[in-house]
Design a protein around this ligand. Structure first.
Ligand code: X8Z
Ligand code: ZN
Length: 614
């Protein structure tokens, strides 16, 4: 998991970059009395303050992480209480320190100290209000929401119950649209009771954000990107506009093919696509319906799920294989404790939070993943994703606490995915999972398979926080939570609810990151950045072929370039980290578009004569 990983499982955002503008905001909120007081502090005082603040936070952080791990891997009333308690202690103390840091707003300090002071102020995902009963309540709610999601399941009329893992597998493979609809609706019952809690949490978190000098939690979240919040929003719009024509072409083709398969009464050709037919519970990535939308001509596309099965891979072997990619780049193997303490498989005797996450419990060597691994190609990718977090965490562990994080949160999400882009047929052959590399006439099939996951994801990666930002800013009020969610789903993704939603539905809550309070824009960023990273690393590795056939497996040069960026942590603005590895300081969708370019030509041909758009 992105957020609950760095400084501890708990102190989610402590490791985020800070926008210069936040400092101005804090300054502009200062009363004259405080400014006067600031004049009596020296640069040395500021350095001392940062040092002791970090030491104090570090002490609170580790037990909070341990309790959070215990809760996530064994949900019950006691682990919930202990985890909420320790998490609250850490965040309340951090908020006090962040407020205290304002006394250095007008003190001239060196660049590092200023950056660390800024990072401290910006470190929260949910800032606690200072009234103790309110911060306690917020902590309880957030832990309860997490648990409600973790425990969620759906029971059919005949009494049979399915957990999310079982439903995920059915959504991926079933082509029975009535069953798909039943599952789609069934899972969304879990979030109905979340709504009042979520509402209350929004109010409390906004109060905490205001106390720190932010307009609301939305401004806090958008202020972590080394640029003013409104400029960051504009950057997102710019990048999305780059990808949009490609997405629209993919959408058009997929809708047409789904119409052929299910009938145009089920999939009307002038409307958004019904959200239950895309092979994924949230219609966020569509790789599972490749068989329904693939080219007419026969294409050899490796079936990783089948290959893993054929070669007898169990969950541990899948993780070992993923680890060996990282070690082939020159990274040290994971510690023995990783293998002893991780949760790889869903325990049968208790509720856990299955949503995959990567943990660094002590900022030394206690790295773990928490997954309920299914033996599929999709999950093989998720394992690489999670290990990307772990190797990043280890690379920056010697940075001061406030720099232990990724350049921006999108970087953390992009590293494992970058490695997974190297799981090409060439690589699968190298590790013996397939016998032959399909020739280039099959590339179209492979590109479509990958685009169904990566291009299809982009608007989903954007819309989740477009919704949350409106909720936090008050633009969307509780009566309109669900309606606003579906408006954004339709606007960005061109998908619609397959049936009218009940007045009490709270569909955002059925997506982990909403009750889990994990910011989501990071995944949008990661989907753009990973193609920039992959391209740069392939060049460094000296790969001569097209970038979609490149694997950096075994390249120590690529590994070194990657590590140079990872070990910077968040000590520099993300633009500098990006420059270190790619030579450019701009986030740019050209790399993802170039990667899939041959597919775009093909999609445009397929779409001729079709009515696209929604
Ligand atoms: O949540 C995740 C990771 C953990 S950080 C498995 N992802 C997003 C999701 O599942 O919705 C990865 C891609 C998007
Ligand atoms: Zn992640």
């Amino acid at each position: 998991m992105p957020n609950k990983l760095t400084l501890s499982a708990i102190m989610v955002g402590l490791s985020m970059s800070l926008a210069a503008c936040q400092q101005d905001q804090a300054a502009s909120n200062q009363s004259p009395a405080k400014v006067e007081q600031a004049a009596t502090h020296s640069a040395q005082d500021a350095r001392d303050f940062i040092e002791s603040a970090q030491a104090e936070m570090e002490k609170l952080q580790f037990p909070a992480s341990q309790a959070a791990w215990a809760y996530a891997t064994y949900i019950n009333q006691d682990t919930a209480a202990v985890s909420a308690y320790l998490s609250e202690k850490l965040s309340v103390r951090t908020a006090e320190l962040a407020k205290e840091a304002a006394k250095f707003n007008h003190v001239e300090v060196d660049a590092n100290t200023r950056r660390q002071l800024d990072l401290l102020l910006n470190s929260f995902v949910l800032a606690p209000p200072s009234a103790p009963e309110k911060s306690e309540r917020m902590s309880q709610i957030s832990s309860e929401l997490d648990g409600m999601y973790g425990k969620g399941d759906y029971c059919r009329k005949d009494g049979e119950c399915w957990d999310l893992g079982q439903m995920t597998a059915k959504m991926a493979r079933s082509r029975d649209h009535e069953l798909l609809l039943e599952i789609w609706q069934g899972w969304r019952q879990i979030s109905v009771p979340m709504k009042p809690l979520y509402e209350e949490m929004v109010t409390l978190a906004n109060e905490g954000a205001k106390e720190l000098g932010f307009a609301d939690t939305s401004e806090l979240w958008r202020g972590k990107y080394d640029m003013p919040a409104k400029d960051f929003s504009a950057e997102l719009d710019r990048t999305w506009e780059q990808v949009k024509p490609f997405y629209e072409a993919l959408h058009c083709h997929v809708r047409a093919k789904l119409g052929d398969y299910y009938g145009t009464d089920v999939v009307p050709q002038d409307k958004p696509i019904p959200a239950h037919l895309l092979g994924n519970m949230w219609a966020q990535s569509w790789g599972n319906i490749y068989d329904l939308v693939k080219p007419e001509q026969k294409m050899q596309v490796p079936d990783v799920t089948a290959a893993l099965k054929k070669h007898g891979y169990d969950e541990i072997k899948m993780v070992k294989q993923a680890e060996s990619f990282f070690t082939s780049l020159g990274f040290e193997p994971l510690p023995e404790t990783f293998w002893e303490r991780s949760q790889f498989v869903k325990p049968q005797d208790r509720d856990v939070i299955c949503h995959a996450s990567a943990w660094d419990l002590d900022d030394k060597d206690d790295l773990r993943i928490k997954m309920c691994i299914q033996k599929t190609g999709e999950e093989f990718n998720v394992i690489h994703h999670e290990l990307g977090h772990n190797f990043y965490q280890r690379a920056y562990k010697n940075q001061p606490l406030l720099y232990r994080g990724s350049a921006n949160d999108g970087f953390h999400e992009a590293i494992g995915d970058t490695i997974a882009l190297s799981i090409t047929p060439k690589y699968l052959k190298q590790i013996g999972l397939i016998n032959e590399i399909p020739d280039e006439s099959n590339d179209l099939g492979m590109l479509l398979q990958v685009a169904l996951d990566k291009i299809a994801f982009v608007p989903f990666g954007l819309m989740v926080d477009q919704w949350r930002w409106k909720v936090f800013s008050g633009e969307v009020t509780p009566e309109n939570y669900n309606q606003a969610w579906w408006e954004l789903r339709e606007k960005y993704q061109g998908v619609m609810a397959p049936v009218a939603r009940d007045a009490n539905a709270f569909d955002p809550g059925a997506k982990y990151h909403v009750p889990g309070n994990t910011p989501y824009t990071r995944y949008f960023l990661a989907h753009i950045l990973q193609f920039q990273f992959h391209k740069a690393l392939c060049e460094i590795a000296g790969d001569q072929g097209p970038v979609h056939r490149c694997s950096i497996y075994g390249s120590k040069e690529a590994g070194k370039a990657l590590n140079d960026m990872l070990e910077m942590g968040m000590s520099k603005p993300w633009q500098e980290a990006l420059q270190t590895m790619t030579g450019s300081n701009q986030m740019d969708a050209t790399a993802i578009l170039d990667y899939f370019a041959p597919l775009k030509t093909w999609l445009d041909q397929q779409n001729q004569g079709r009515q696209c758009g929604w």
